[in-house]
Design a protein around this ligand. Structure first.
Ligand SMILES: O=P(O)(O)OC[C@H]1O[C@](O)(CO)[C@@H](O)[C@@H]1O
Ligand SMILES: [Fe+2]
Length: 187
């Protein structure tokens, strides 16, 4: 039987207390994601394979909803900001919400039909991710980007589509600001 509880979320560190699970993604685990493979190898080698992001869950299998935080480090690879892998949900009726707590970023979304949208990520903005839109978050700032996400417990992750062909757009730094450009490697 499940019991109600208050879960503390620290908007600066992203810590969730109590949490049920967590994982860390080191930059080396994101091989193939960034457009500049040589710059990627260099940042991994010279930067000591930094942590790119961490995910902390509050998830109970006997319940339909779950939530957690994603804590994204600032950084760049060949001018491209640190980002998450990006995914569609396995369940085609499942959307998601991302409520930014601290930092600044961009949420890059792409529909199955190939339409691209971005939503600014900053404190006070809760991004609505509709079903059947792939989503990738990108830390465009110089601090941690911390956001709370909430979705269906069994939404599932379909990583294959984005891993195989990438996303249509990249977010890169141009003149000190984020710019959205065409992905030259999009297949
Ligand atoms: O799973 P990805 O695409 O690497 O990104 C991690 C983010 O996506 C989530 O799976 C939520 O959809 C969270 O774990 C986190 O916000
Ligand atoms: Fe998701």
């Amino acid at each position: 039987m499940l019991f109600p509880e208050g879960v503390a979320i620290d908007g600066i560190s992203g810590e969730v207390t109590p949490s049920t699970d967590r994982y860390t993604k080191k930059l080396s685990e994101l091989s193939g994601l960034f457009h500049d493979a040589a710059a990627f190898d260099k940042v991994v080698a010279e930067g000591g394979d930094p942590i790119a992001y961490e995910v902390v869950d509050y998830r109970k299998q006997e319940c339909d909803i779950c939530f957690g935080t994603t804590i994204m480090m600032p950084g760049q690879v060949g001018g491209e900001y640190f980002m998450t892998r990006g995914h569609f949900h396995e369940r085609k009726d499942c959307g998601e919400g991302y409520y930014t707590q601290s930092g600044e970023g961009l949420l890059l979304l792409e529909s199955r039909e190939g339409e691209v949208r971005t939503v600014e990520m900053k404190p006070g903005i809760c991004a609505f991710i509709p079903p059947e839109w792939a989503h990738r978050s990108i830390n465009t700032g110089s601090e941690k980007l911390v956001f709370v996400w909430f979705c269906a417990t069994d939404a599932g992750h379909d990583y294959g589509t984005i891993r195989e062909r990438g996303m249509r757009k990249l977010v890169v730094e141009r003149d000190g600001r984020p710019a959205i450009i065409d992905n030259p490697n999009f297949a």
